[in-house]
Design a protein around this ligand. Structure first.
Ligand SMILES: *Cc1c(COP(=O)(O)O)cnc(C)c1O
Length: 411
């Protein structure tokens, strides 16, 4: 008898988007003429930048000739891309990294989900609440979390509430935890954290021999000067933090697939005897065994993000989405809805009016103005009473959505 990994049976996951789809389908069925606008899902809508397309074409042609054809590449990624990442994303911020500290991957979802494999099953976990689901689910599959309780919390996870009450700033846990997932600018709340606050986490991690798993997938959307782009801007963070980045949102790579993970050689885990062991070595071993690298063609596409033309085009994309964010935020505020985020991230996190719960507001928005968003409670218990709208729609649809909310929503 082949027994299954029963940890999978503890997964919650698919409920949120399945339930959204079910409610939308049922509404459509009853109102076939309604023109529904979706501001729910976190996917981009604009095509890849021209510089990326050009580079992809060039790489395809290289694959057509024996002299330039490439087979298996380095699992860690090609140096042509890694070097650009160092030169553009880190060196200008005063962060020194070596080529072998960066691992090119097929995206931050895989890496934030897989990274837990290099830690012991009895490591304890802290996540901010609400949270991007991939961090938790990888740990559930590995059997690190226990079962979920009636409040929607896994027994063995420490949840760190991030709500309007604490200005969305995560407070250090009272107990000692080992693996700490942080994401800034945050999905789903769109909020950021200051250097001073991040410094507290780096100090906590040092003191407790913990590791911070820092998801910076939205760093390119940061508009304000004093917001940190990388956790390595904090002194000493290279000893305690792994950082995840992605080309998905910044350059439209959600369907093309490329990201990277930084594992500095200084960052350590510990054996049961208490001896320090470099996580870089473990992640390298994990990737070379289970991953065969991102396609050469795709890495050439990502490289083009760092050309002069690529940088301009990517900035234009970000400006486009952030103008949507501004419009959504101002539109909601103008009718008295309290919003958060939307300034350094393409997400607007709103407080549902009149104390409505997240799903009640979902239904109200769908039935009254035919707009689909995401109920905050779907991202964790502390998301109850909040709702997420994304700025990734096209301009016209976003404008129409805001007009409808302003003029037709019955508040
Ligand atoms: C979209 C997103 C990512 C990026 O995922 P990819 O797998 O690189 O497409 C990572 N983290 C968060 C929080 C996200 O919202």
């Amino acid at each position: 008898m082949t027994k299954i990994n029963e940890n999978y049976l503890n997964l919650q996951g698919s409920y949120l988007f399945a339930e959204i789809a079910r409610r939308v389908a049922s509404f459509k069925n009853d109102n076939p003429e309604a023109k529904i606008i979706k501001l729910g899902i976190g996917d981009v809508t604009k095509p890849l930048p021209g510089a990326v397309i050009e580079s992809l074409h060039g790489a395809v042609d290289e694959m057509a000739k024996e002299e330039t054809f490439r087979g298996y590449g380095p699992e860690q990624g090609y140096n042509f891309l890694t070097q650009k990442i160092i030169d553009f994303d880190y060196t200008p911020k005063g962060i020194q990294l070596d080529l072998d500290e960066i691992f090119i991957s097929d995206g931050a979802k895989s890496d934030t989900g897989n990274i837990q494999e290099i830690f012991s099953v009895d490591s304890t976990i802290a996540v901010t609440d609400p949270v991007y689901p991939a961090y938790i689910d990888g740990n559930v599959m590995a059997g690190r979390t226990g079962k979920i309780n009636e409040q929607g919390k896994f027994e063995k996870i420490t949840y760190i509430p991030c709500t309007a009450e604490n200005n969305f700033i995560p407070q250090l846990p009272d107990e000692k935890v080992d693996m700490i997932y942080l994401c800034f600018p945050n999905n789903p709340t769109g909020t950021t954290v200051s250097r001073e606050e991040l410094k507290k986490w780096v100090e906590y991690a040092k003191k407790n021999q913990a590791v911070i798993l820092y998801d910076a997938a939205y760093e390119a959307f940061i508009q304000e000067e004093d917001v940190p782009h990388s956790i390595y801007e904090i002194e000493g963070a290279k000893e305690v933090a792994i950082e995840f980045r992605s080309f998905s949102k910044v350059a439209g790579f959600t369907g093309t697939r490329c990201g990277f993970t930084v594992v500095p050689k200084e960052v350590m885990g510990y054996t049961s005897e208490g001896d320090a062991y470099p996580l870089n070595k473990l992640w390298n071993r994990r990737q070379t065994t289970k991953f065969n690298g991102v396609p050469y063609i795709i890495q050439r596409g990502a490289e083009a993000v760092y050309t002069e033309a690529g940088q301009k085009q990517v900035k234009a994309l970000i400006d486009y989405y952030m103008a949507n964010a501004k419009m959504i935020k101002e539109g909601l505020e103008s009718i008295g809805i309290k919003t958060f985020g939307g300034v350094n991230a393409p997400y607007i996190w709103l407080k549902t009016p009149e104390g409505m719960d997240s799903w009640a507001f979902f239904d109200k928005l769908l039935t009254e103005v035919h707009i689909v968003g995401t109920p905050g409670v779907g991202f964790g218990p502390s998301g109850e009473g909040y709702f997420r709208l994304t700025a990734f729609g096209n301009r016209e649809a976003t404008e129409e959505a805001i007009e409808r909310i302003k003029n037709q929503l019955k508040l």
